[in-house]
Design a binder for this molecule. Sequence first.
Ligand SMILES: C[S@@+](CC[C@H](N)C(=O)[O-])C[C@H]1O[C@@H](n2cnc3c(N)ncnc32)[C@H](O)[C@@H]1O
Length: 264
Amino acid sequence: MDERLKANLDAWNLMTGYHAASPEYRLAEFKAGENVLKPIELREVGDVRGKSLLHMQCHFGLDTMSWARMGANVTGVDFSDEAIALARSISAECKIPARFLHSNIYDAPNVLHEQFDIVFTSYGALCWLPDINRWAEIAASFVKPGGFFYIAEFHPLILMSDNRRGMTKLENEISYFHTAMRVDPPGPDYSDHTKIVSESHEWMYRLGDIVSALAATGLRIEYLHEFAECIYQHFPFMKQGSDGMWHIEGDPIPTIFSIKATKP
Ligand SMILES: C[S@@+](CC[C@H](N)C(=O)[O-])C[C@H]1O[C@@H](n2cnc3c(N)ncnc32)[C@H](O)[C@@H]1O
């Protein structure tokens, strides 16, 4: 495996334990029967009953198994062996039928030889991927004719801004047009600030890069939606609204986008 992805894998194996223990991931609530999917994807993906669903970069599978609880036949893929082991154990403990495959997303076509009604991925997936075009080709290859690909992801406009503790307003850290890989030095985990995550490597894609990569596969883009509300407190100055989502005062920029693309 590419050395940069190997470093990311080590970081993700570490983060899996942190996230399983972090209240933000709501493992206890999930085990008690709650659905941990967010309103945006619940609304936009719609009825999944009886549908086959592939979750790319499924982490330890709570979103994947939430779709299963709603009636989908689910498969999750992730390159973290710790995450996949935890997903399998939760699936067994909660008696939720789900298949979890351990694979680098770029190697997934070698281990998974099927197509799905729905190919889903979400929040915090793309920044770990060195090649957006190959990622899009792989995602599209897993969609059945008549099926669709769906992503809900953090908007590049928030990824270019500094979100360290102590920030009081939006301040650009890098240009929107910055495309070089960034090395994240060891630092606090995004979910549990008391835990330290090892060095990782991240990429930032412009919205145009993502849409164009998907369009080039032959998928038909049904929509690109942008949302002011965020699923978590990305910036310390965000406030939680009555909708439970996090807002920058005045909602000046989108924090999340979603894309639905169908295969003719
Ligand atoms: C922020 S998490 C995604 C969280 C997801 N929204 C969920 O359901 O919890 C990012 C995931 O991407 C995985 N990942 C990162 N790079 C990968 C790669 N090259 N192949 C497969 N999985 C990868 C990590 O192991 C991690 O589980």
